[in-house]
Design a protein. Structure first.
Length: 67
């Protein structure tokens, strides 16, 4: 999975989290942030960014007088 793109995220390394059985990946977002995500969240499309897209949408909604 290293090097694969999921939305704005690119997988950069596998991460072992003590006490967790699932697979986790460290990803770099297009905005420059990194985040650690569960394997299934990337594969099923649940997570597409580090959260920056959501922040941008919320800002745009606040600026939009109709919305």
């Amino acid at each position: 999975m290293i090097g694969e793109r999921y939305g704005s995220l690119v997988v950069i390394e596998k991460v072992k989290i003590p006490g967790k059985l699932k697979t986790y990946w460290r990803c770099r977002c297009d905005c420059g942030n990194t985040c650690t995500l569960e394997d299934s969240h990337l594969k099923n499309g649940h997570t597409k960014s580090c959260g920056c897209r959501r922040r941008i949408r919320l800002q745009e909604k606040r600026l939009d007088p109709t919305g």
